[in-house]
Ligand binder design. Structure first.
Ligand SMILES: Nc1ncnc2c1ncn2[C@@H]1O[C@H](COP(=O)(O)OP(=O)(O)OP(=O)(O)O)[C@@H](O)[C@H]1O
Length: 446
């Protein structure tokens, strides 16, 4: 990597960008398409809310990979802006959304050829990142974005780097357990943490996710899954016979429980499954995205209408005034975002200033456990209700290995007390605190 800029742009984002549409919602905020009023470029902006005290430290410490990656397989980050308590991360817009969006909104699983085409480009992205000593740490279908031009791009590592390295949102940094490698959850004795092979494991899980629409163990809640992965045999396809020998082999070598024995991303470029994917990769992805875009637009429109109807009903009941839904946000210039009240002030296209509406998704201070579509769950201790965990990521205070060790001790004690104890049916809830960092820093990642 050649350069890392370490600043937040001084320009006023309100002068620079106009919101077009809300296109997605993650654990920390919404993502909108916006138009850059200077060059008319359409970009995607992720709005992250933060608390006042985070704001000042963030200003000093933020490190964003800004215009750094000149790699076609990685979503470009254009910069970062701060407005009130909102951090806005501006990035390249991918018109096909994520692979998860495609699978969910179009209710489809991908064909082996499509998976191979996408996997080839992700592997190229990983080769680039790993050769620059950067780990992604959150490879999953929800973080692979695609476009009509036929590109598949890795997204979101820049954001997790901000979240982890700056302490921003430390209480709610998330990971995605279903995709986590055994050594990330439970580092082997004497190891210095994990390395790029953790991404290779997540890649194998993502391949299964694309083929079966869910990662392995998705039926278990994400808290429990953390304690299952290190002990279970490496996952495979539910029905291996549906897939070619090459694809089965690709998945099995990525999902070797011994990290050292997994191939590097560079090795994978020579794998027959990836070599097959390379042929016609752009064309296959382009065709897939072009077919899916109209269906996704229709889906979003319907969702926005449904939300508006729901909000109309809520308003009629609560008499709270107008709301702007997260997916039905009004077009216009963002004037102000108040993340405490979750209200936005927007200058609409006819020049009127409108206030109200939930703009930034924010679960801070709320007693709710929330889950987004890409399998991320954010919770606090008081929220740990089993019913709410059917997918996603978890958030802990302290390092995951500490948690795992304490859990293990607890588990051994329990087993002594009761031999009939069943591992999977146990209630792990009492073991966790709310908040904080799942990932450990890799020695590679400097
Ligand atoms: N650059 C982009 N281009 C197009 N769509 C995007 C872009 N970035 C994000 N999105 C859309 O916004 C959604 C939310 O993205 P975001 O990164 O906030 O959350 P996530 O990755 O889905 O979840 P989490 O934050 O829990 O990992 C994505 O699922 C995708 O649909």
């Amino acid at each position: 990597m050649t350069s890392i800029s370490s600043d937040i742009s001084k320009e006023d984002p309100e002068q620079l960008f106009r919101v077009l549409e809300v296109i997605g919602q993650g654990s920390f905020g919404v993502v909108c398409t916006c138009i850059n009023t200077v060059n008319n470029e359409i970009v995607a902006i992720k709005f992250l809310e933060m608390e006042a005290e985070e704001n000042s430290s963030l200003k000093r410490e933020i490190t964003i990979l800004k215009n750094t990656f000149n790699c076609p397989y990685i979503v470009k980050y254009h910069g970062c802006y701060l407005k009130e308590n909102n951090l806005m991360i501006v990035m390249e817009y991918c018109d096909g959304g994520s692979i998860l969006d495609i699978m969910q909104m179009c209710t489809l699983t991908l064909t082996e050829n499509q998976i191979a085409a996408i996997m080839y480009q992700i592997v190229e992205g990983l080769v680039y990142l790993h050769s620059n000593k950067i780990l992604h740490r959150d490879i999953k279908a929800g973080n692979v974005l695609v476009n009509k031009a036929g590109n598949a791009k890795l997204a979101d590592f820049g954001v997790s780097a901000i979240l982890v390295n700056t302490g921003f949102k430390q209480k709610t940094v998330v990971g995605s357990p279903y995709w986590m490698s055994p050594e990330v959850i439970s580092p082997p004795k004497g190891s210095n943490g994990y390395d790029s092979k953790a991404d290779i494991w997540s890649l194998g899980i993502t391949a299964i996710e694309m083929a079966e629409s869910k990662p392995p163990l998705f039926n278990l809640n994400p808290v429990k899954v953390i304690f299952v992965i290190p002990f279970r045999q490496a996952p495979t396809f539910e029905k291996p016979e549906l897939w070619s020998k090459e694809f089965n082999d690709f998945v099995s070598i990525c999902l070797n429980k011994e990290a050292d024995k997994r191939p590097t991303a560079k090795d994978l470029l020579d794998h027959p499954f990836i070599r097959k994917g390379k042929e016609n990769s752009s064309h296959i992805i382009s065709e897939l995205v072009s077919e899916c875009i109209p269906v996704m637009q229709e889906y979003r429109k319907k969702r926005a209408q449904e939300e508006e109807e729901e909000e109309d009903t809520d308003d009629a009941n609560s008499n709270n005034g107008t709301t702007i839904s997260s997916s039905g946000v009004q077009k216009g210039t963002i004037l102000k975002l108040n993340t405490i009240t979750q209200k936005a002030t927007i200058m609409t296209e006819d020049g009127q200033e409108k206030q109200g509406g939930t703009f930034i998704y924010n679960n801070t201070g709320s007693s709710k456990t929330t889950m987004n579509g890409s399998g991320t769950v954010v919770f606090s201790k008081s929220d740990m209700d089993d019913d709410e965990f059917d997918s996603g990521s978890v958030v802990f205070r302290g390092s995951l290995s500490e948690k795992f060790a304490s859990h293990l001790k607890f588990r051994q004690q329990q087993q002594q007390d009761d031999d009939d104890d069943d591992d999977e049916d146990d209630d792990d809830e009492g073991e966790f605190d709310s908040g904080s960092v799942v990932y450990q820093k890799s020695p590679l990642e400097k």
